[in-house]
Design a protein around this ligand. Structure first.
Ligand SMILES: Cc1cc2nc3c(=O)[nH]c(=O)nc-3n(C[C@H](O)[C@H](O)[C@H](O)COP(=O)(O)OP(=O)(O)OC[C@H]3O[C@@H](n4cnc5c(N)ncnc54)[C@H](O)[C@@H]3O)c2cc1C
Length: 446
């Protein structure tokens, strides 16, 4: 297919969701699309945290990058997420030890810590006040005694095996006082976690990179990447870009064009949705989530919540399907009112959703292609499994190292571990079925 025909097959640029973040982030400039014959040492495909952090780390090494974003900076998960900054992976550290040994679990734990620090460092480096970073911890709230026991065992394991004593088990009364909900039997407070304004952070990163001369082009989908003489050629609707190397940072949005086909085959895109209430009346505001941390439940279909400028922001995943639905948002509202009955009459002011990229082993992966026509010239990172604010901010450091021919110690994040999804045609129905089963098990209290 020619590049022109490919360009025609791409759906019109979809609008960004009308989220709380879009309504409250500082305005961003419209950046021009790439056009004509261009050159770059490295082309970064995707203008989310992964792509932007890669451009940052390349710039630190004196390597010149050109970032291509199909829509606008932060249009993907990076501008839509819950803003929970945490170094946890979907696969628990104890499970990592069971499967891969203590040293691997230890390295993964260190990577998690580095990831939270990477967010702090980027925000400090570019002075991103609009990221509104608050290092206020994350509280996991147990919905039954069995889950509280598991949280306690996890804290013991982290202290005993990894020497991490930063977790604190809290009794039901403290949780009720802090959250304003009587729905929990106790919880585990993790101190190495923060919250931020996701779109303010993404836009601030892009602005900071531009100040130091990094080129960012919006409305520019990379249609195809191919070998061209000694380097690579990236085709877009209006440009042909000669590049020494290319990074794919398209994560759950890798379905857009054939350029990121090799990621699409290994990811299951899963819809995650968020609602935000209108500002709470002062009496209610004072009684709910007073410490303004991030909070999550221990149910299989985990719901999480936080307070942002007097509004409750409540999110979760479910059997949501390809597009947004009234039923999915109403399900979230009901779950919120189940935990906070006082919110029954408070208006939901914003509702939006986005895709998270799930992998078979529940872990993100990063690396470069070592074989084939792209040998050593193409690097990628993907599969944050819905926990990527911190990790994708760190991943650029590894991507830049891989592109410069180094082999950083990424333990279980090694790209060679990324497995293709069997029967890709069945991936969406299978996800919905599993999510439906989990919701049912949660409902009957199993
Ligand atoms: C609703 C929701 C809530 C979440 N909440 C949290 C949370 O609270 N905490 C947490 O840690 N994680 C959370 N996540 C996950 C987190 O947001 C992601 O892991 C992270 O943002 C991934 O960043 P990224 O840069 O890899 O991908 P994205 O931000 O998705 O960026 C990919 C970009 O690539 C662009 N693109 C795709 N194809 C092309 C192409 N061919 N050419 C050019 N550009 C292209 C897309 O337009 C998109 O902007 C959430 C995700 C969602 C959707």
């Amino acid at each position: 297919m020619t590049a022109a025909a490919l360009a025609r097959s791409i759906p019109d640029r979809p609008p960004s969701p009308a989220s709380l973040w879009a309504a409250t982030a500082p305005a961003a400039p419209r950046r021009p699309a790439a056009s004509g014959e261009l050159q770059a040492e490295v082309v970064v495909v995707g203008g989310g945290y992964s792509g932007l952090s890669t451009a940052h780390h390349l710039a630190e090494r004196g390597v010149e990058a050109l970032v291509l974003e199909a829509n606008e900076v932060g249009w993907g998960a990076s501008g839509r997420n819950g803003g929970v900054v945490s170094g946890k992976f979907r696969l628990g550290f104890a499970e990592m030890e069971r499967l891969h040994g203590l040293e691997t679990a230890r390295r993964m734990h260190a990577i998690g810590r580095e990831a939270v620090e990477a967010v702090e460092a980027l925000i400090a480096r570019y002075g991103i006040a609009a990221a509104r970073l608050q290092a206020n911890g994350n509280l996991r709230c147990a919905h039954n005694a069995r889950q509280l026991g598991l949280l306690a065992a996890e804290a013991d394991w982290l202290a005993g095996r990894l020497g991490d004593r930063s977790y604190e088990l809290l009794p039901a009364g403290t949780i009720a006082e802090e959250t304003g909900s009587a729905g929990f039997v106790g919880g585990l407070l993790g101190h190495h976690a923060a919250t931020l304004h996701p779109l303010g952070y993404a836009r601030g990163l892009a602005a900071g990179l531009e100040r130091r001369g990094v080129r960012i082009r919006e409305a520019t989908p990379a249609l195809r990447v191919r070998r061209d003489g000694a380097g690579l050629l990236v085709e877009t609707p209006e440009a042909a870009i000669r590049a020494g190397k290319v990074v794919l940072a398209t994560n759950a949005y890798s379905d857009l064009t054939p350029a990121s086909d090799r990621l699409r085959r290994s990811l299951v895109p899963f819809r995650s949705a968020i609602i935000a209430t209108a500002p709470l009346p002062p009496a209610l505001d004072a009684g709910l989530l007073a410490r303004e941390r991030s909070y999550s439940e221990t149910r299989r279909m985990m719901r999480w919540f936080r307070k942002v400028e007097g509004r409750i922001v409540f999110g979760g995943r479910g059997a949501f399907g390809k597009t947004d639905s009234e039923a999915a948002f109403e399900g979230l509202r009901r779950a919120m009112v189940g935990l906070f009955p006082e919110l029954a009459d408070v208006r939901v002011a914003y509702r939006w959703s986005g895709l998270v990229g799930m992998t078979l082993d529940k872990l993100p992966h990063v690396g470069r292609l070592e074989a084939g026509p792209f040998e050593g010239r193409l690097a990628f990172a993907a599969g944050f499994n819905g926990a990527g604010v911190a990790l994708s901010s760190l991943i650029g450091r590894y991507l830049a190292a891989f592109l410069c021919g180094e082999t950083p110690e990424v333990a279980l994040l090694d790209a060679a571990r990324l497995r293709p999804i069997p029967c890709p045609a069945l991936r969406e129905p299978a996800v919905r079925l599993t999510a439906g089963l989990y919701q049912f098990l949660d409902f009957i209290g199993r």
